[in-house]
Design a protein around this ligand. Structure first.
Ligand code: NIG
Ligand code: FE
Length: 416
């Protein structure tokens, strides 16, 4: 398989349709059993169809027409990379009865990750984060969102955004960077003064240097309120940056309705999203609900109103929320498994949520297998996509192809 031209065959294909965002009955990816082939040239898909009809000029295709399932590469549209260091002791403390909010108030949580970032050199942060990105490639993630939020000062946030861009240059995945400057109120600073610094200095500086692609705000009792969100939304809009919102994760603060009114591209978490929030999402139709089931699992939190969101035809995406506090999970197959088992999504709904809709959230044209789309695809060692959530903990990815290049795995090793 050379980089310029290549092809792969398998026993099935599952892919969302191209129209975005996908919702309601159209959320489900289409799965087709039967020998299938995908071919590409210069990183772009040139053929999707029966293996027998593969164009003759692609050489010997990789894989076997009798085994495996082809899907688009996973798009992880919500992570907190780059970071450095873990916080397993906080997980143990929560299991012993402490709350996430308590630990945050005692200089743990986000403040602790901010200290670890400040005390580590750039090379150390990049090496730590690059290892995680490489694990993510092995479990099929071909596009990653990176966030700031552990900088906690104007210079610290700009440094983390530059580290994110540097990481993007070192990994195989396509990356998008989000400025989450309103993640925690820096110690010794008034909340409103920090929001002013974010709106007047940080967002214009980050946008001016082209360091970020989106802006996010953590709206929560322990973080920022609806007025802060409204101010940041104005600054993001002025800089031409789409808005994302950590909404109603730990408590119902009405963040979802306000974020929708402000035109957010996505509201993420939604564990305590109220009925008005669901109705606002349904009426707007242009804000995605990003589900982060691994952080719900590790916080032992409430499930979001997933069935109501789906019935109301809200576009749904799934991501890992990879971070050292609430979601030490880098694997999209694991996030998909929890989304199915704990949230009740069907496997084929989850596939679209983890690919095409997640790409829409990031503003990238990825996450589908169609002629003209980027050749980011996976050969899964399973007879149908349902086997991915059905067998959690097992890596189903036999091969990850990014831009038409085989990056990890061995297409001939597929048995399922
Ligand atoms: O998405 N809740 C806010 N932010 C992260 C956790 C960050 C941390 O604990 O370091 C989240 O869950
Ligand atoms: Fe998050």
């Amino acid at each position: 398989m050379d980089g310029a031209r290549g092809a792969i065959v398998a026993a099935a294909i599952a892919t969302p349709g191209s129209d975005v965002p996908r919702r309601g009955a159209d959320l489900a990816a289409i799965e087709r059993p039967g020998a299938v082939g995908v071919a590409w040239r210069d990183g772009v898909v040139t053929f999707v169809g029966p293996a027998d009809d593969l164009p003759g000029d692609v050489g010997e295709p990789a894989g076997s027409p009798d085994r495996g399932t082809l899907v688009p590469g996973f798009v992880d549209c919500h992570t907190h990379l780059p970071f450095v260091g873990w916080r397993a002791d906080e997980f143990e403390a929560r299991l012993a009865g402490r709350s996430y909010a308590d630990l945050h108030g005692e200089e743990g949580g986000i403040f602790r990750s901010a200290r670890m970032l400040a005390e580590s050199g750039d090379d150390e942060v990049l090496a730590f984060s690059e290892r995680l990105a490489s694990d993510m490639l092995a479990t099929g993630t071909t596009t990653i969102e990176l966030k700031t939020g552990y900088g906690l000062s104007v210079d610290g946030e700009l440094r983390q955004a530059r580290l994110a861009r540097a990481l993007a240059g070192r990994v195989r995945q396509t990356c998008r960077v989000t400025l989450l400057a309103c993640h925690a109120v820096p110690r010794g600073v008034e909340r409103s003064a920090w929001v002013t610094a974010v709106c007047d200095d940080l967002i214009p500086a980050a946008a001016g240097e082209d360091l970020v692609d989106q802006v996010d705000v953590y709206v929560e009792r322990i973080a920022f309120d609806l007025d802060d969100l409204t101010r940041v939304a104005g600054a993001a809009a002025a800089a031409g940056l789409p808005l994302r919102v950590h909404a109603d994760q730990l408590t119902d603060v009405g963040a979802t309705s306000t974020a929708v009114r402000l035109g957010a591209r996505s509201v993420d978490h939604l564990n305590h999203c109220n009925v008005e929030g669901v109705a606002a999402l349904a009426n707007a139709g242009s804000t995605a609900a990003v589900l982060l089931p691994a952080s719900t699992f590790f916080l032992r939190g409430a499930a979001p109103p997933v069935a109501a969101l789906r019935d109301a035809e809200v576009p749904i995406a799934i991501a890992t929320d990879l971070n050292p506090g609430t979601s030490p999970v880098a694997s999209m197959p694991e996030a998909i498994a929890i989304a199915c088992a704990a949230y009740g999504l069907t496997p084929l709904d989850a596939l679209t949520a983890a690919t095409r809709n997640a790409a829409w959230v990031l503003g990238v044209d990825r996450g589908t297998l169609a002629v003209g789309s980027p050749a980011d695809l996976l050969l899964l060692d399973v007879p149908s996509f349902a086997h991915v959530p059905y067998r959690p903990g097992r890596n189903p990815v036999a091969a990850t192809i990014v831009g038409g290049e085989l990056t990890v795995g061995d297409p001939s090793a597929v048995v399922g």
